[in-house]
Design a protein around this ligand. Structure first.
Ligand SMILES: [Mg+2]
Length: 273
């Protein structure tokens, strides 16, 4: 898929970080709008993008501010990622009480002082068979293509192309999408990844379910990828949707990168002391 075109600061485009901070101030000043659900994507949003996904880490200032926000009355924290839950939990240095949403919503858990309290993912026999078939076929897509590799998650198979030459990546992604269409399974096309899932999930549905569970009148959601657009589209008009970095978006606000996301969290931290 071609890189989405960057929107400019037109009157209808997303507003900047100052506008976001101002709006956040108004939300936090109104007790009727608590709890505020602060939900964030992980890679490219709290953690700068790196070539090896297993070395991804939240900015140190982000770890600190999340720890300070933990247990703050009227604030709930969540990470909403495409990563498998096991990966997300291993990498995310987040405080107890934080909700973790993995595999684009197919996996859910909550961090506790004693480890992870996770909801069990159960596949039907048909889904398990389809997952195995997808794994074998995806491995064939990656074979012979430098920089293309396959990850198997509990509910999906992911073809990664981040380290491949551009034309190699494009060919692999097209084949993976065709495979999804052929096997009639859900596909998600993100930055340098094609995910083929047997358990349909998207960040928007997952986030709305979580906010209803905890009774959050307002959600702030930030993300950098095309899969985060599901969340931006699913949230309500009063919610604060934040696109991180360049690219076309339905979000109402835009910030340049993870440092700016941490600055927004710091503003919430100061306002809720
Ligand atoms: Mg991301």
């Amino acid at each position: 898929m071609p890189e989405p075109t960057t929107t400019t600061g037109s009157a209808t485009g997303p507003q900047d970080a100052d506008a976001l901070t101002g709006r956040l101030g108004a939300v936090l000043a109104d007790p009727a709008r608590r709890p505020l659900l602060l939900a964030l994507d992980f890679d490219g949003t709290l953690a700068p993008l790196v070539d090896d996904p297993m070395t991804s880490a939240i900015l140190p200032a982000g770890v600190e501010v999340l720890a300070a926000l933990a247990g703050r009355p009227g604030v709930a924290l969540a990470l909403v990622s495409g990563r498998a839950m096991a990966d997300l939990h291993a990498l995310a240095e987040v405080p107890p009480g934080t909700y973790l949403v993995g595999s684009h919503g197919a996996e859910r858990a909550r961090v506790t002082p004693h480890g992870l309290d996770r909801d069990v993912v159960e596949l039907t026999a048909e889904q398990a068979d389809r997952l195995a078939a997808l794994g074998a076929r995806a491995a064939a897509v990656a074979r012979g293509r430098d920089g293309v590799w396959v990850e198997t998650k509990p509910t999906a198979v992911v073809v990664h192309t981040r380290l491949a030459e551009r034309d190699v990546a494009a060919a692999a992604e097209q084949e993976a999408l065709a495979l999804g269409a052929e096997l009639g399974t859900g596909t998600l096309h993100g930055k340098d990844v094609v995910e083929l899932t047997v358990l349909p999930a998207d960040k928007g549905s997952a986030l709305q379910a979580l906010r209803h569970e905890i009774g959050a009148p307002v959600v702030l959601y930030g993300g950098d990828d095309v899969t985060d657009e599901h969340a931006f589209a699913a949230l309500d008009a009063d919610d604060l949707t934040v696109k991180v970095g360049a690219g076309a978006t339905a979000a109402r606000y835009r910030v340049p990168g993870p440092e700016d996301v941490v600055a927004v969290l710091a503003a919430v931290e100061r306002a809720t002391r």
